[in-house]
Design a protein. Sequence first.
Length: 145
Amino acid sequence: MTIKRMDHVGIVVDDLKAAAAFFAELGMELVGEAPVEGRWVDRIVGLDDVRVEVAFMRTPDGHGQIELTKFHTPVATAAEPNAPANTLGMRRIMFAVEDIEDVLARLQAHGAELAGELDQYKDSHRLCYVRGPAGIIIALSEQIG
């Protein structure tokens, strides 16, 4: 048996409203919000007394989703804030965009900062890494060739 699809990527955030606004500015659609708690979620995630709020955001093509999660209890922990791109583990999510400079400017208005520089790969793509909510890296790619 093989997997059917990748359902979503989970991102733990400290400010759920700000994170949802950031991804909405990127062009994602809020498809649902809910509080989640109870013994069933404790058993699934392996923590006690879990009480969270979640927001699901969907990409415009309808195929990709992220789950933004704000932990009220137990309080979320951070291993290393603003970890660099070469840190072990999941480091970035890449989005294909149409006008990278416009998207970058709109995200910067939501507190995003370039992790490096906006640059070009051959005659093919313009690319950059942006530090977004909870210090995660959002990669942006604009096809030009």
